[in-house]
Design a protein around this ligand. Structure first.
Ligand SMILES: Cc1cc2nc3c(=O)[nH]c(=O)nc-3n(C[C@H](O)[C@H](O)[C@H](O)COP(=O)(O)OP(=O)(O)OC[C@H]3O[C@@H](n4cnc5c(N)ncnc54)[C@H](O)[C@@H]3O)c2cc1C
Length: 399
């Protein structure tokens, strides 16, 4: 990965930028969504031409590893399992790296990029999501880091080398995972979180509190009901001012306050967007020959920014693009929070479900079941050793 940022096209051929008869399937994005789709297409069809265009270096990696890699001492290069050239060769695709799509002409079926134009037969947007702007004021605001890709992880890992104190903004899934990983790796960690307990939109209070207490045993200090106002340089350190006037000293500030689907490119092309790029169950956008999947997509009104949904989407879309229109049908997909000190498995009830939590707290974990008035299981939140129950509970879900 030594030349990870060299501006090369892989492979570099002039015809990659010229129109073809009906045009290739062009996938924009080399994250798990883009590459999983490519792999699924190749399972079904060895011949359909596929071009994958990506703004980054096109290395294949599993993004969830980014918040579990510090304690394991892993550098960014060690997390990438294949370079773009290898992916292109293994899956019979043209992979154009360091190529940013700047506009989509849905009439002419052409993409404008910062390296030339690309014609498409069918276009798949797998653009991912951007970190929410942290909104902090102060002269060190631009020093606040985010980790949303391999390059961001590399910058963060460099920044914390030989440092000791990290303030994490946000106690959601990613903030908790980084807090665990950093604390495990020996850092002093403060987490500033607006909610009254971590993951409060997914977990009932007892389960969230148990996770917070477990992370506290590693030394994590919580600042609940608080938000950051400003971050300034002060001597050799950063000083974070909270909304209650308290200040925290840190060497590095990591913002993990959430992600928002990348919709700007699609919206500018007249493609319907809401929270994400709006697609139906066939992952078809509001204009012909354009599809979306992964973190950028709002599928039938729902954006699910996790790995398992994008795998289901990729399998269905590969079938559709190779001649068998296949709607996305999700199985029950519990989300695992990778906090080894106290793991969490959560399956939120469907939006609009009427019911409540039944919570049982044991020594080694919390078992919270979301049930309706007739006692039927709608979802669950499990912590600690109770997470072992998730497979059995999935089988008991009301349909
Ligand atoms: C730290 C962290 C930990 C996580 N842990 C978990 C977990 O444990 N379990 C789980 O289920 N999910 C987890 N997630 C979420 C999961 O990783 C994502 O849902 C998934 O990786 C999203 O993949 P994607 O391909 O949709 O987006 P991305 O991986 O963001 O890929 C987007 C791609 O689009 C490219 N791109 C964007 N705009 C352009 C453009 N204009 N032109 C060209 N290319 C462009 C980018 O360069 C990139 O290649 C985690 C996320 C993070 C950040």
């Amino acid at each position: 990965m030594d030349d990870a940022h060299s501006p090369t096209l892989v492979p570099q051929r002039e015809e990659d930028f010229l129109p073809q008869p009906d045009g290739p399937v062009v996938i924009v994005g080399s994250g798990l969504a883009g590459y999983t789709l490519l792999k699924e297409i190749r399972k079904r069809d060895a011949a359909v031409p596929v071009t994958l265009v990506t703004a980054d270096d096109g290395a294949f990696y599993s993004k969830p590893n980014l918040s579990n890699a510090l304690a394991a001492g892993k550098a960014a290069a060690a997390l990438a399992s294949a370079r773009a050239e290898k992916m292109a060769g293994d899956y019979g695709a043209t992979v154009l790296t360091h190529t940013r799509v700047t506009a989509i002409d849905t009439q002419a079926r052409r993409l404008a990029t910062d390296r030339g134009e690309i014609a498409y037969g069918r276009l798949v947007l797998a653009l991912g999501a951007d970190p929410f702007p942290h909104g902090l004021e102060g002269d060190a605001a631009t020093a606040v880091l985010t980790v949303n890709d391999l390059a961001g992880y590399a910058v963060f890992r460099d920044a914390i080398t030989d440092k000791r104190r990290v303030v994490v903004l946000g106690g959601g899934l990613i903030g908790c995972e980084f807090a665990n990983d950093l604390a495990q790796a020996g850092y002093a960690v403060d987490v500033v979180h607006l909610g009254d307990w971590p993951l409060e939109r997914l977990l009932p209070a007892e389960a969230g509190q148990r996770l917070a207490d477990s992370l506290a045993t590693l030394g994590v200090r919580w600042h609940f009901g608080r938000t950051g106002r400003a971050v300034v340089y002060s001597a050799q350190e950063l000083e974070i001012a909270l909304d209650n006037g308290e200040t925290l000293a840190a060497d590095v500030v990591l913002s993990a306050i959430g992600l928002r689907p990348r919709t700007v490119l699609a919206a500018a092309a007249g493609i319907a967007t809401g929270r994400g790029i709006k697609v139906d169950r066939l992952l078809q956008a509001s204009v012909p020959r354009v599809y979306a999947l992964g973190d950028c997509a709002e599928v039938d009104g729902v954006n699910l920014p996790y790995v398992q949904p994008l795998m289901v989407q990729a399998r269905a879309l590969a079938a559709t693009l190779t001649g068998t229109p296949t709607p996305v049908i999700y199985p029950a997909m519990p989300v695992m929070v990778k906090t080894p000190v106290h793991p969490v498995a959560v399956l939120p009830p469907k939006p609009g479900s009427i019911g409540g939590w039944q919570v049982a707290c044991g020594e080694r974990g919390v078992c919270a079941l979301h049930v309706d008035a007739d006692g039927r299981l709608q979802g669950f939140a499990l912590t600690g050793t109770e997470t072992a129950q998730r497979t059995r509970l999935v089988g008991e879900l009301a349909v």
